[in-house]
Design a protein around this ligand. Structure first.
Ligand code: ZN
Length: 287
């Protein structure tokens, strides 16, 4: 079983029937595929969970859609926006090859003889290197590593926020007025809560520690080099000053086999609960 864009669309249609309301489109990919946003829950806080930033990491979309169904049975304690597949073109390229990239198919073929290792969007920009969060510093590191232009992975684009998928995610996060953001990747069974520039918003570490404890995943310091800066979590912390976390789900080599989904969910369901738990109300805030 593979989790491609078509499977996602079928599951979203089913979710809409059960939820009684439509998913929204928060924007479009380079190739015109919609980026879906699923709203649910209610409460005084708002949270955003996103998955499928990287082509090979489609298992994160499958896990998040399972969670969307769970939320229909047990509504979350806050308002939640789920974005299950932020990079549908990248997922399609990694699962079905270059021909799914439309006008960009020749370039995909040229730079990636083996598209099963594809992580970027259709233009060869790695969305998690494209957010305006220390982008210039990261770009210099990419150039030193020999990543000069479109690439299956780790190319940050021509300018920060250049890609329609990045722009859609940024706009959705800003418009949601959310209090915190969780970005899902695979793999490593790790949680990241820090950008490493001394800008961690209050409550971040305590929440990350709870998430680590309930999931059994390891809370790690911000990585150095090409895995630092330019990511969704980095931008949320640095530009919006909100709590933001990256979770690397599962263990093994990407793409993780679909059969690992159930095991991942035994770790992720308690982690989601801790991520969505409302902040404690300060005594002077009580009515
Ligand atoms: Zn990733």
């Amino acid at each position: 079983m593979l989790y491609d864009f078509g499977v996602l669309q079928k599951e979203i249609t089913q979710w809409e029937k059960e939820a009684g309301h439509r998913a929204e489109s928060i924007g479009e990919s380079v190739c015109g595929r919609p980026l879906y946003g699923l709203w649910m829950g209610s409460g005084r806080e708002t949270a955003v969970i996103l998955a499928g930033f990287h082509g090979m990491e489609w298992i994160t979309s499958a896990v998040l859609m399972d969670y969307a169904r769970d939320c229909l049975r047990v509504p979350p304690p806050v308002r939640v926006l789920l974005v299950p597949m932020a990079n549908p073109d990248g997922v399609e390229i990694s699962l079905h090859g270059a021909q799914t990239a439309g006008a960009y198919a020749p370039q995909v073929r040229k730079i990636s003889p083996d598209p099963t290792r594809w992580q970027a969007n259709a233009r060869g920009v790695d969305l998690n290197h494209n957010f305006p969060a220390g982008w210039e510093t990261l770009r210099k590191m990419e150039i030193r590593a020999g990543i000069l232009g479109p690439s299956p992975t780790r190319y940050g684009g021509e300018w920060p926020g250049s890609e329609p998928e990045t722009q859609a995610v940024m706009r959705a996060i800003i418009d949601s007025g959310c209090h915190r953001v969780l970005a899902l990747h695979s793999q490593g069974e790790e949680i990241y809560d820090d950008v490493g520039v001394g800008m961690q918003p209050p409550g971040t570490r305590a929440r990350a520690q709870k998430m680590a404890k309930s999931s059994g995943y390891t809370l790690k310091p911000q990585p150095q080099g090409l895995a630092s800066l330019g990511g969704c979590k980095d931008w949320v912390q640095m530009a919006l000053h909100k709590q933001a976390f990256t979770v690397e789900m599962g263990k093994g080599q990407n793409p993780l086999p679909f059969q690992q989904k159930q095991d991942i969910e035994t770790h992720m369901v308690p982690l989601f609960a801790d991520f969505l738990q409302p902040e404690p109300v300060a005594p002077n805030e009580k009515l």
